[in-house]
Design a protein. Structure first.
Length: 231
């Protein structure tokens, strides 16, 4: 049954609410409690997971309706439209403000395969936070952005889409440094440009070349089916 105390909002509205809440430059920390002992966490590795859990609780405490996947490893992190699996999808990303963005946008193989039947994923929103952590484990948000996938990705010297490569295997799509004043590669100008770059990467990638010839048309057709719009 619908809870009338909750409100359904868009990613843009969520972004504005966080801005109005003064999320930037506030300080917090993470405490792990076990066997009666409290430990202040100083490692940066769990920041993404911890912050995502905090954000879910913040939304619920502010009566924002949100749904999470049954499997925490599934895409997306949040459904802002609890009744739809193909609309208002939200991914949360974090990175150290003292370094360039280095999070995984998506697993390359799983993402490119999924777009053939779930091309609506191209319209997902990415809420991205840069943070700083002191040696004592105090945490603060420096900046945050709301972006589409083509606004945080770019080409690379080797492939049409920047990616993490291990032993000649493309593992994950990696982000551009979109806030840089002088980036080596510019972000993609549109959803269509991003999809074309994925297609070029598939055609150039030996392990997927034989099954990729019709990939672009399949994605374009599926996107039209789900959204009523052209890429």
């Amino acid at each position: 049954m619908y809870n009338y105390n909750q409100m359904q909002i868009t990613a843009t509205q969520l972004f504005e609410k966080l801005k109005n809440a003064g999320i930037e430059n506030k300080t917090g920390n993470t405490i792990f409690t076990f066997l009666g002992i409290d430990a202040k966490i100083r490692a940066k590795s769990p920041v993404g997971y911890v912050f995502q859990d905090w954000l879910e609780n913040w939304m619920r405490s502010n009566n924002i309706e949100v749904r999470v996947p049954d499997n925490s490893q599934e895409f997306p992190d949040f459904y802002l439209n609890p009744d739809r699996n193909d609309k208002d999808l939200l991914e949360i990303k974090t990175f150290d403000a003292d370094a360039s963005p280095n999070f995984d946008v998506a697993n390359f193989d799983a993402y490119t395969r999924s777009l053939k039947t779930k091309a609506y994923r191209l319209d997902s929103d990415y809420l991205i936070f840069s943070y700083k952590m002191t040696e004592d484990g105090d945490f603060s948000i420096c900046d945050f952005w709301l972006k589409k996938v083509w606004e945080i990705t770019c080409p690379s010297e080797r492939y049409a889409v920047r990616a993490q490569i291990k032993q000649d295997v493309i593992v994950n799509i990696r982000p551009a440094n979109w806030s840089s004043s002088n980036p080596q590669f510019q972000v993609f100008e549109s959803r269509k440009a991003f999809v074309k770059a994925l297609y070029e990467t598939l055609l150039a990638y030996p392990s997927r070349r034989d099954v990729s010839q019709d990939w672009y048309e399949e994605v374009a057709t599926n996107y039209k089916l789900h959204t009523g719009n052209n890429l």
